[in-house]
Structure formats: structure tokens, C-alpha cells
Ligand binder design. Structure first.
Ligand code: KG4
Ligand code: ZN
Length: 378
């Protein structure tokens, strides 16, 4: 079964062709980073205009790279939410029109469901390539951690009958952020310190040169649900350590220097950061990562699962991956991540989730539309 996936929920226009939910034939992502970088964040109006420009060439490129004709595709999967409404509508309407014109089945996919399927897709590809021997085990606790989300789910498999070929996933929401998403906190701290956009990858690189113990942000305390998250406190703590100090002057100098340059390498940027700035970045990253690891593993323990999945753009973070692997091993659970290309927004994950829905017969009708807020699970 060949599924064409289309994703346009934020600032990436993406299309992919996935065979049988386990083999990526193509995975095309047109990033808009260069457009939004000067604003230090995604500008919704610019994002939807850019999606409009890119959607057709990106879908065509995905079909060409997969060496597939559109008539050979067995179904079209589109992201229906959550995300920026103008962005979502571009991909959704394009996919819907394509499916309608070619009389192909259409499925709507929740973006977060896509991130969860990225872990299963990576595992299936690894097994096909002989790189991984074990199948990803469900039920699993899954952390989806990105620029828009920080949510913990308990994911279970549902088979309509014991010998049924089609498998659906059931999602229970265990906790979520009450304010900033973790990736948003990375982006805002990077903006404050004039490190560029998106902030996650650059902080990940620079933090290697700082002392993560230098600033003690303390544990992030949560009243009520202990599996909820909050990152606005640590972000504000960084702001207070910068405002009115030499670090603020240094950030302004960096901003001025950056504005004269088209491209800045991480090494050049590091040379424009004092030790105190590098220490602050490393300590901030460590505090966020520690919180994500601890809450996810404690959710895993409470749910008595053998596996935790971690997906979304922040799951590219090298410290996060190392700490998850170390702590999960100590707890006797398996931690699984997609490879970086499947962690951040892409359409292969949407096609893989769509494959599952197509097999289960969960088809969309002509009323399918986009939703900016679109919770997954109860
Ligand atoms: O999943 P994604 O591509 O888009 C959303 O659905 O939000 O995630 C983008 C987010 C951004 O906030 C970016 O700063 C963060 O993921 N990110 C990282 C890293 N790479 C991307 N955060 C920390 N460390 C990284 N290496
Ligand atoms: Zn995402």
C-alpha cells in the first residue's frame, strides 16, 4: 500500500510517499527557517503564503523521488491539526482536492499522532535494514516534545479482533505543558541571547562548551498533576539572570554583529559568547532536559510499561537523548527515538499514521477540515 502524506501544520511544507507503513520511498521537507529567522519565530501569515508557493512542487518532488505516479498511490493522508490554521488549510485542501479528483481514499491525521508514528516507522525501518532486532513494544509512554507541544501519552494497540490485520492506536493523555512548550523555551532563550532561530539546535551545540552545573535553576515543581510540565519559570529565570547585566550588553553586541552577517557558524557564534553565557545556556538546557526525562520515566513507571518513546523536534537534542538512554537503562525500560530527520516535522510520519488509519477503514469524508486546536486522546 502506497500512501502520500502531506504536512503543513507550522513552517515546513512536507510531502512523502511511504510503502506499507514501513518503507520511506521519499520524504521531502521545504523549510521556511530562512524566512522566519529574522523575526525570531514563525510569522503565521508568511508561513501560509509560503506553503501556498511550495505545496505543489513539494508534492511533485515527493512523487518523483519515490518514482511513483499519483495514480499508483493508494491513499492520501493529510495533517488536520493542531497547528496554525492558515498553514494547515493549505496542505489539507491540497490533499483533499487531489484525493477527490483521483477518487483516492483520504485520511486526516492528528499531527501528534504523526510524531508518535515516527517512532514506530523508525523501528520498522531499522528492522527491515537488520539494524534493530526488537520490535517497538506497546503499550508505551510517549513524550511528544517540540516547538508547539510537550505532551505525555500512554499509547496502546487496539485490534478489532484477535486475528485482525488492522491495528489502531489508542491514546490517553497523561500530562502536558501548562505554558511554554519545551522547544518554545529553547527558542525564546536563544532569542533573548541573540543566538539565532530556531534556538534548540544552536543551544544544543553551544551548551557543550558550558558548565551545566554553573547555574542551579532548581527542580521544576508542579502542583496538581505531577506529569504536567511548565517551562515558563526556567525561561523567566534566564531572563532575570540576563536583564540589566553584562550578559544583556553582550547579547546586544552579538545581535549587532549577527545583523551584519548572512550566515554564522556555530564556532563563530561560540567565539562571540562569554563563558558566563555558555554556562547559562548549558545550565538551562540541563534543567529542561532533566525535567523531561524525569517526568517521562516516572510516567513510564506508574503505567508499568517496558518502553518510552520520545519524538518531536526537541527529541533531536543530544543531551536529551543521552540522558534518556542512561536513565531508562537504569530503570530497565527501553527508550526509542526516531532519527533526527523523522523527529522534526515531516510528512513520512503522517503517511505512516495514515497507513494505519486506511487499513482500519477510518476514512475522512468531504467535511474534513483543519483545526488549530485538536487534542489527541482523552
Ligand atoms: O517538531 P518540530 O519540527 O515542529 C513543531 O511541531 O514544533 O519542532 C521544532 C522545535 C523548535 O522549537 C526547535 O528549537 C526544537 O524543536 N529543536 C530542538 C533541537 N532541534 C530542534 N530543541 C533542542 N535541541 C535540538 N537539537
Ligand atoms: Zn511537530
Amino acid at each position: 500500500m502506497l500512501v502520500l502524506g502531506i504536512e503543513s501544520s507550522c513552517d515546513e511544507t512536507a510531502a512523502a510517499v511511504v510503502a506499507n507503513g514501513e518503507e520511506i520511498l521519499s520524504n521531502v521537507v521545504a523549510s521556511q527557517i530562512a524566512i522566519h529567522a529574522r523575526y525570531g519565530g514563525v510569522v503565521p501569515e508568511l508561513a501560509s503564503r509560503e506553503h501556498l508557493r511550495k505545496i505543489e512542487p513539494v508534492v511533485n518532488e515527493a512523487l518523483t523521488r519515490a518514482r511513483v505516479k499519483i495514480r499508483d498511490v493508494d491513499g492520501v493522508a493529510v495533517t488536520e491539526g493542531p497547528g496554525l490554521i492558515g498553514s494547515l488549510l493549505v496542505g489539507l485542501v491540497y490533499g483533499k482536492a487531489l484525493a477527490r479528483a483521483l477518487s483516492k481514499p483520504l485520511v486526516g491525521v492528528n499531527h501528534l499522532e504523526g510524531h508518535i508514528h515516527a517512532v514506530l516507522l523508525e523501528n520498522k525501518m531499522g528492522r527491515r535494514a537488520g539494524k534493530v532486532t526488537e520490535e517497538a513494544q506497546l503499550p508505551a509512554v510517549t513524550l511528544v516534545v517540540s516547538g508547539g507541544h510537550t505532551t505525555l501519552f500512554l499509547v496502546k494497540e487496539v485490534r478489532p479482533s484477535a486475528n485482525s490485520q488492522s491495528v489502531s492506536l489508542d491514546y490517553k493523555r497523561l500530562g502536558q505543558t501548562r505554558d511554554d512548550a519545551a522547544g518554545e523555551a529553547f527558542d525564546k532563550v536563544a532569542k533573548l541571547l541573540a543566538l539565532g532561530y530556531p534556538g534548540g539546535p544552536v543551544i544544543d551545540q553551544l551548551a557543550r562548551y558550558g558548565d551545566a552545573q554553573a547555574v542551579d535553576f532548581g527542580r521544576i515543581k508542579m502542583k496538581g498533576n505531577p506529569l504536567d510540565f511548565s517551562f515558563s519559570g526556567v525561561k523567566t529565570a534566564v531572563l532575570y539572570r540576563v536583564r540589566g547585566t553584562s550578559l544583556a550588553l553582550e547579547a546586544e553586541e552579538r545581535r549587532a554583529w549577527r545583523s551584519t552577517r548572512d550566515n554564522v557558524t556555530n564556532d563563530e557564534l561560540r567565539n562571540h559568547c562569554s563563558r558566563a553565557t555558555l554556562d547559562l545556556i548549558a545550565s538551562f538546557q540541563s534543567a529542561v532536559v532533566q525535567d523531561l526525562v524525569e517526568r517521562t520515566l516516572s510516567a513510564g513507571e506508574a503505567a508499568r510499561v517496558d518502553s518510552v518513546f520520545v519524538s518531536g523536534g526537541v527529541a533531536c537534542n543530544s543531551l536529551l537523548r543521552a540522558r534518556f538512554l542512561e536513565a531508562s537503562r537504569a530503570q530497565g525500560v527501553n527508550a526509542l527515538f526516531p532519527s533526527p530527520g523523522l523527529c522534526s516535522d515531516n510528512a513520512a510520519m503522517i503517511a505512516a499514521a495514515g497507513n494505519c488509519k486506511l487499513q482500519a477503514g477510518q476514512l475522512a469524508d468531504a467535511n474534513l477540515t483543519a483545526h488549530a486546536a485538536f487534542p489527541l486522546g482523552e
